[in-house]
Design a protein around this ligand. Structure first.
Ligand code: SF4
Ligand code: SF4
Length: 98
């Protein structure tokens, strides 16, 4: 399976090492869907390899691919909740209630 640089795996999953919430674009992802910190990206990004998921989530737009990815793993509702309330760890960092 070849990576098409579609960007979905840098948007859809939550990445603890980056404190990146579910369904939100990694701040290091450039508009061209390239990694701006490629040489110092976390291990979890280094070990990520394209697989059949990349094929299953194919769609014309990044937003659609992200939605398909989240649906595939049953994470759509959680991602929507995150979108509405923000990331738990960010709230914690700001000292606000969960
Ligand atoms: S989802 Fe798959 S095809 Fe898209 S950027 Fe990630 S590894 Fe590459
Ligand atoms: S650090 Fe780079 S490879 Fe990892 S999610 Fe962000 S943009 Fe993608």
């Amino acid at each position: 399976m070849e990576c098409t640089r579609c960007g979905a795996c840098c948007v859809a999953p939550d990445i603890a090492a980056l404190d990146k919430p579910l369904g939100m674009r990694c701040p290091h992802l450039t508009p061209e869907n390239l990694c701006s910190v490629y040489d110092r990206r976390p291990q979890v990004c280094r070990s990520y390899e394209p697989d059949e998921v990349c094929k299953l989530i194919e769609a014309p737009t990044l937003e659609e691919r992200v939605q398909k990815y989240l649906a595939l793993f049953g994470l759509s509702a959680e991602a929507e909740a995150t979108r509405q309330t923000g990331c738990a760890s960010m709230r914690q960092a700001r000292g606000t209630k969960p």
